[in-house]
Write a protein that binds this ligand. Structure first.
Ligand code: ZN
Length: 320
């Protein structure tokens, strides 16, 4: 079998000093597993590249693990630490040009500062877009003050990866069920809801060329496209959109396979969103590179579709 080359871009690292933000969720994981994850998050030159070589991953785009500066309560400090983290990442990946790329951390506490940092990260540091770990202090980015940010993102023509985080307060329906929090279920609901706020909030009508990337096979949204159209049309909410809700999914909202190694789910997502809107990723080091690569290499896809999902769609997104 010929090599199936891949691009992966929900792949995480940890900036020194950012451990304080991640304490709460790393604390939920068994301590020996958490220790291994922490070690892998700070590796840029060793095991990460070996795994890429072993599994035919030509490019990995790195992002700060959650929640990063989205967990910072002081706006001035968030701005300063985002700059520090982006400079740190640019420096660490510079030794591996062509193999490692990066997404910017953004201080969304201040939409104008976030726009400026995005522009600096893309035009001066060569980063490929941004990955933001969900809401910032309970503020979602459909709020009008973020239009200045979306305008800049659209002008720079780079993707915005909306990555999960905890809800500001846990939903009442999770009461007495801590196992439903975090990556098992809670993050997906939270992140899908944030993406729908952008969609129904008209962000894609105001900025029709922006691309939001969702991980984890689209956080469940591909499977409900039909229902969004059907039920949006019957409620009295007074919201007018330029297109049907389903039409933003697969165009403005594209997805990766990170953390969902299921062939039926992949086929369903491609069926709903189209073969140009689904892209491979792993979610390293939380998920297994070997398992994710075997999953995509053995998926029941024709060669042309597999090539698109594994690398060509991402190459187009990143203008490689
Ligand atoms: Zn992730």
């Amino acid at each position: 079998m010929s090599k199936i080359m891949k691009i992966a871009f929900e792949e995480h690292f940890m900036t020194p000093g950012f451990q304080e933000y991640s304490k709460s969720f790393l604390g939920l994981i068994d301590s020996d597993v958490a220790q291994k994850i922490t070690q892998r998050l700070s590796d840029f030159d060793d095991e990460r590249l070996k795994l890429m070589d072993a599994h035919d991953i030509e490019l990995t785009v790195l992002s700060q693990t959650g929640p990063g500066v989205q967990g910072e309560t002081d706006t001035a400090r968030a701005i300063e630490r985002a700059r520090y983290s982006n400079d740190f990442l640019a420096d660490r990946i510079s030794a591996h040009k062509g193999r490692l790329g990066g997404f910017a951390v953004l201080p969304m506490q201040d939409p104008k500062a976030a726009s400026e940092e995005l522009e600096r990260a893309v035009t001066q540091l060569g980063l490929k877009g941004a990955l933001v770990n969900g809401h910032t202090g309970g503020t979602y980015y459909d709020a009008p003050q973020y239009d200045v940010f979306w305008e800049r993102l659209q002008a720079l023509d780079v993707p915005f990866y909306l990555h999960p985080t905890d809800a500001k307060t846990q939903p009442f329906s999770f009461a007495d069920h801590p196992e439903m929090q975090g990556a098992t279920w809670g993050w997906g609901v939270e992140t899908a809801s944030h993406a729908l706020r952008l969609l129904f909030g008209g962000v894609f009508d105001r900025f029709p060329n922006i691309k939001i990337v969702l991980g984890h096979m689209g956080e469940g949204l591909p499977y409900l496209r039909w229902r969004f159209d059907s039920r949006f049309a019957v409620y009295h909410h007074g919201i007018k959109l330029a297109r049907k809700p389903s039409e933003y999914l697969g165009s403005n909202i594209v997805i990766t396979t990170s953390g969902v190694c299921s062939h039926p789910a992949l086929i369903g997502a491609i069926g709903e969103l189209g073969e140009d809107a689904v892209m491979f990723s792993i979610d390293y080091p939380y998920e297994s590179t070997e398992e994710a690569c075997t999953f995509i290499e053995t998926a029941p896809l024709d060669d042309a579709t597999r090539r698109k999902v594994c690398r060509d769609n991402a190459a187009r997104l990143f203008k490689l």
